[in-house]
Structures are given as C-alpha cells and as structure tokens.
Design a protein around this ligand. Structure first.
Ligand code: G3H
Length: 497
C-alpha cells in the first residue's frame, strides 16, 4: 500500500525521494539510507541521502517562500491546513501501513495516529486563527514620567524557518504537531524525518504537497545523520528547532544551536506513585495501558512504579495476571506487544534487565526475546542501585520499587535526570494535590497514567526531559515572536472643553 496510488510520486524505483521546491527529487549524492522492518529485521525501504548543496538550496527556498507566506491571509493559511487534514484522513490506510512496517506500530494504533494527526491539524488551524488575530494595545502614561502620547501596538509575527525533527515513535503525529503551528503562524518548515519512520513522514509530507502549499514553503530532507546532522541543525538559515527524540542527541543539538529558540522533548522516566489508599485495580489497569502500550516506546510510558509496601503485593499480583493475557507478536496482527524498533534498542533493554537480575531483583515473568520482540516483563523488588530504577528502557519492561512513604517516592522521582510526567494513585484529593505540588515534573496526572494528549494540553518536561512547552497553543506561541509598533503623537494633545 505504501508508495502506491498518489504516493508513487515520492518514489524513484525503490528509493524514496526528498521534497524541495514543491517537487519530489532524487539526491545527486547517489547514496541512500536504509530503513529496517523491526519485525523481520530486514531492510524494507530506502530513502535518498541529500547533499550539503541540496540542503543549502532547501533553506534558500524556505527563506524566500516564508516571506510571501507570512503575508498570505490567515484565513487562507487555515483553509490550506484543513485541506491537509481531509487528505490525510482520506489516505489513512497507506499512511498507517508505513507505520506498521517501519516502526512496528500495531495496525489499529497506526490508523489512530493518522486520524489524531488530522484532528490536530484542524485544531491548530482554529487555534491559530484565534491567537494570531489578537494583539495588545498599550498607552504610555501609566509609566512614571510619561504623557499619554505614545501608543504601542503589539502582535505575534513568525520566526522564519522552523527545522522540525520528529522521533520514530510518532513520525506522523509528532511531525504535524510541529508543522501545523509553524505554518499557521506564517513560518516555513524544513523537516528531517527519523530514519525509522522516514517513509511515514514522506507520505505525511505528500499530503501537504497534495493540498497545494507554495513551492519551497515546506521541505523534507532525508540525510545520513552521521554526515550531515550537525550541518543541518547549525545551519544559519534555521530560526527555531523543534526536536523530539533521544536525550543525548537533544542536549548535543542544544549545545551547538545558534542562539535560536528551541523546543525539545527528550523522553522521561515517568513515575507512577501508588499510595496505600489507592484503588489498586485502577492502578494496575493504568500500568498495563500506560506501561505496555506500543511496547513501552512512548516518552510518557509508565517507566517506574513506586508502590507503598502495604499494597505492593496486591498490585504486583494484579499486574501479573493481566500481563499473562497480553498477546505478543507482529504489529500486523494488532498484538499488544510488538517488536521494539531496533536490535540495538532490544540489546539495551536486555542489558537493563540483566543488570537488575544480577543485583537481586525478581523477574515476575520469564525473560524472553526473539530478535526485536521482547515479552512483557514486570520486575519486582528493584532497588535504587539498579540501572533500571533510573534509565529509560523504551521497551515492555516495568520496574517496581517498594517504598515506605510518599516522601520516599517523591524523592526518587525528583532525583531522576528526567522530569517529563509523573502520576499518583490515591483516593485522597488532598494527598494527590500535595504530591502533585511536590513532584518536579512537567505534568502530574492524578489517578491516570501519564499521557501527552489531548493534543492541545500543555506538554513539557524539566531537567533533561526538555526545553519549552508543547501542545497546540504553546507551540503557536513559541514559533512566534512579539513585534511592536509605537505611534508617537505630537504634543500637546487635544483638550476638550
Ligand atoms: O513519545 C512521546 C509522545 O509525545 C507521547 O505521546 O502520550 O500520546 O503516547 P502519547
């Protein structure tokens, strides 16, 4: 299904092209980057690898196109985005097919990602209309020493060229969460797809192409990251980087960035704190949904459970009973647990599990792995000296630490290098609010697992989890800057009798 019908335009033979100046093109490099199917472990797609010259041209066009786009009436910009949403939903089957093959997303979840992305674009267009149509009016005389002769008008204007770098786990949704706010606010966009997820991103980009955006306004460059990653992220034409992905990569980008606004979401070690008065069944259900969905490959997945000793046995036994019912297998069969994205990721997860096992943790299920497919695992009696107490597995493996007090749990959460989301399970609203106040994370969920959505909610991490805030409104705000015009009136002003 991928690369067929209208999407044939993105292909040359078996190589996917890059998108520049309103057209799909083959790079003159003659080089390609290979995309592996996580389920089979075999190469499935090839994408062209752009050269420095091609990237320079893309940025040149992006700069020129942005100037005209910023002058395009806001209602027309919104209309075009709504058009993309319709096209994307119309073509949800081939888009979802790419997600299944490239990142092993379960078939139904893949369709959900496409539909959610269309909805996100629609909401962004509407929110953009509201935010961008408003400004502020100030007069000078409240400030000491001033007469009422200066009138200040301020409004939001675009930043220029936005470089968008989405991650493998949501190559469509986390692309449009960057492209939508960028375009509605009058910016141009250059997108660098993740290697696993490149073809999904290319299909998503073709939906923008079909909607008929001006040439050069949006581009999609596929590169060999080891060769041109730094060249792209430090390019002088870039006015803002919106990056979602690995912590170390994000930090490296931020250290080299050219004094430009950065929006970064770099993962988490999302804590679930289960207090002694919690609804244990509900906590168990949320560990399953929050920890094992997409095999734990979500930055908002439950990545460590801190359970009060009084309820820990009951919680672990409920979760174990539910783990036994999970289906494990290929994404095409819509299995609950699917292969993780790469062999190196599976090796990393195995390393964390073996470290915990050697140091005395209890594996509640047998450790089982076939290729990139890892069977779901709950690890009980994890201690703070084990790597899995702190590191992010990004796999279907959940550690449980037993704690004596809520303070101990909060302290563990706040000692993490990450601070994306946390959650607390308790029936006492006062305790919930006290925990929320004390947990140093971007969001605290009360009686539910961490999650980014709905997509208009603010979404942000602290410490190594990121910079800036996302969610539709926050992204619109961060991809704009304030421009003021001051009207200086002649003195004296009219006085009325
Ligand atoms: O992986 C990072 C995503 O932002 C998480 O989104 O909570 O909708 O799965 P989600």
């Amino acid at each position: 299904m991928a690369g067929t019908g209208v999407f044939k335009a993105c292909l040359d033979g078996d190589v996917y092209k890059y998108y520049a100046d309103g057209d799909w093109k083959m790079s003159s490099s003659g080089k390609t980057v290979s995309v592996t199917n996580p389920t089979t472990g075999k190469p499935i797609y090839k994408v062209t690898a752009c050269t420095q010259d091609e990237i320079n041209k893309v940025f040149q066009s992006a700069k020129a196109a942005q100037k005209l786009w910023a002058k395009t009436p806001l209602y027309k910009r919104a209309e075009m985005l709504h058009k993309v949403s319709v096209i994307m939903k119309e073509h949800k089957a081939p888009l979802a097919d790419c997600l299944v093959k490239e990142v092993a997303k379960p078939a139904k979840d893949a369709v959900t990602e496409v539909v959610r992305s269309g909805d996100l674009i629609d909401y962004t267009a509407e929110e953009g209309i509201r935010i961008m149509s408003e400004g502020k009016f100030l007069v000078s005389d409240p400030f000491p020493g001033n007469e009422r002769n200066k009138l200040c008008l301020s409004s939001k204007v675009p930043l220029g060229v936005i470089l968008a770098i989405p991650p493998f786990n949501y190559p469509i949704n986390l692309s449009v969460s960057k492209i939508g706010p960028a375009l509605i606010t009058g910016n141009s966009v250059v997108i660098k797809p993740p290697t696993q997820g490149a073809v999904s991103t290319i299909h998503m980009m073709h939906c923008f192409h079909l909607a008929g955006f001006p040439k050069g306004l949006i581009s999609c460059v596929t590169i060999k990251v080891s060769e041109l990653g730094d060249f792209l992220t430090t390019h002088p034409a870039v006015n803002c980087i919106s990056f979602t992905g690995g912590c170390d990569t994000g930090i490296a980008i931020s250290k080299k960035a050219n004094m430009i606004p950065l929006q970064m979401e770099l993962g988490g070690k999302d804590t679930m704190l289960v207090l002694d008065d919690a609804d244990v069944e509900s906590a168990a259900v949320n560990i399953m949904k929050g920890g094992f969905a997409f095999s734990g490959q979500r930055c908002t997945a439950v990545k460590v459970v801190l359970a009060m000793e009084s309820i820990a046995d009951a919680l672990v036994s409920k979760v174990n009973a539910k783990v036994a019912k999970l289906s494990v297998g290929p994404p095409e069969n819509d299995c609950d647990i699917v292969p993780v994205v790469s062999e190196s990721s599976a090796n990393f997860i195995e390393g964390l599990v073996m470290d915990a096992k050697q140091k005395g943790a209890k594996l509640c299920q047998e450790w089982k792995r076939e290729g990139n497919l890892i069977w779901p695992l709950l690890i009980d009696h994890v201690k703070p000296d084990m790597r899995i107490a702190w590191e992010e597995p990004f796999g279907p493996v959940i550690p449980v630490l037993r704690i004596k007090t809520a303070e101990e749990g909060i302290n563990h959460c706040n000692s993490s290098r990450y601070g994306l989301q946390g959650c607390v399970f308790t029936k006492d609203v006062n305790k919930a609010m006290l925990v929320s106040d004390a947990m140093e994370t971007g969001t605290v969920q009360i009686n539910a697992a961490p999650a980014r959505g709905p997509d208009h909610f603010p979404f942000q991490g602290i410490r190594d989890s990121g910079i800036g805030s996302q969610g539709v409104t926050n992204s619109i705000n961060m991809m704009t800057k304030i421009k003021t015009t001051v009207i200086n009136l002649p003195q004296p002003s009219y006085t009325m009798a």
